[in-house]
Design a protein around this ligand. Structure first.
Ligand code: IPM
Ligand code: MN
Length: 338
């Protein structure tokens, strides 16, 4: 099997962390004999300046015909880029795990959760209007079909984990939209007798994420709440620089760090490449599982393990984790284990 992978280098620290990822990727595909073609597809602020579009047509063509996409963080045009890809390829499940890492200092211990964020609806349809001078509205789309398919993803994850799904919503105010989301996912419980389901309002859930994160196993939520929750979930485990995410659809997937372009530290070789490296490992594991390719799967696991080992030694902590290790030094340390 030959895989075509679109790589978006992105803006700010994007080229640095993606550079790290590509070095590691090229090492493991050689070692594990994975046939992979990498196509660089410009998208983001720089692409906008050059081509007049955040996702130029030439990039979009490549992206659409790829098996998977590895995406670095994008700057001001991120909304256009991610929404076009997530909605355009129907990557409806945004999976955002947060967990403690061995020896990494964190605000909270006992974090081991997955946020299952609906990825194609809600205010992310970006239907905003100025209806008169000084009066604006945004539409919020929630469908039964969309709620059901994301709900199933959450239950399936929970089955493999601690068997608990928490629906996070604000149905006390958004009675119709969040009401539909919540009720649809509650009804699914009948098909998953072994999984326990409860619910929490978004405001209370953010508090609990800091107060008692062990309360959460699988969180399922709408697009915007999932966006907000996932930054906090990453932060309490040590740094947002650690958190990868997978945008998963029926046939394709895009892997990207939860963090942004971090222009303030760009070009200094101090960005933490961990999230981007986890994304790379996850992408290979996803390809391996999808296409029953043991080599790809092993290559992916080898990246994940190497990054965990480097982190756990504490000798290679980047600045966000209180250390002085440079992006390239961290990358070399990972490569030395591969
Ligand atoms: C994320 C990002 C994006 C989002 C932005 C950049 C549009 O914050 O992936 O979490 O809101 O989804
Ligand atoms: Mn976000």
């Amino acid at each position: 099997m030959k895989y075509k992978i679109s790589v978006i280098e992105g803006d700010g620290i994007g080229p640095e962390v993606v550079g790290s990822a590509l070095k590691v990727l090229s090492r493991v595909i050689t070692k594990y004999n994975v046939d992979l073609e990498i196509v660089k597809t410009p998208a983001g602020d720089d692409a906008f300046k050059k081509f007049g579009e955040a996702v130029p047509e030439s990039s979009w063509k490549e992206i659409k015909s790829s098996h998977a996409i590895l995406k670095g963080p994008v700057g001001e045009t991120a909304g256009e880029v991610v929404v076009k890809i997530r909605r355009g390829l129907d990557l409806f499940a945004n999976i955002r795990p947060a967990r403690n890492y061995p020896n990494v200092d964190s605000l909270k211990k006992n974090v081991d959760l997955i946020i299952v964020r609906e990825n194609t609806e809600d205010v992310y349809i970006r239907a905003e209007n100025e209806i008169s001078e000084g009066v604006t509205v945004a539409l919020r789309l929630i469908t039964k079909k969309g709620s059901e398919r994301i709900g199933r993803v959450a239950y399936e994850f929970a089955k493999q984990r601690r068997k608990k799904v928490t629906i996070v919503h604000k149905a006390n105010v958004l009675t119709l939209t969040d009401g539909l989301f919540k009720n649809t996912i509650k009804e699914l419980k009948a098909s998953y007798p072994e999984v326990e389901v409860d619910e929490e309002y978004i405001d209370s859930a953010v508090m609990d994420l800091v107060r008692r994160p062990e309360r959460f196993d699988v969180i399922v939520t709408t697009n915007l709440y999932g966006d907000i929750l996932s930054d906090l979930a990453a932060y309490i485990t040590g740094s947002i620089g650690l958190a990868p995410s997978g945008n998963i659809g029926e046939d394709k997937a895009m892997f990207e760090p939860v963090h942004g372009a971090a222009f303030d530290i760009a070009g200094k070789n101090i960005a933490n490449p961990t999230a981007m490296l986890f994304c790379t490992g996850w992408m290979l594991q996803w390809l391996g599982e999808k296409y029953k390719d043991e080599n790809a799967r092993k290559a992916g696991i080898s990246i994940e393990n190497a990054v965990l080992t480097v982190l756990s030694k504490k000798d290679y902590l980047t600045e966000d984790l209180g250390g002085h290790t440079k992006t390239t030094e961290f990358t070399e340390a990972v490569l030395s284990l591969l």
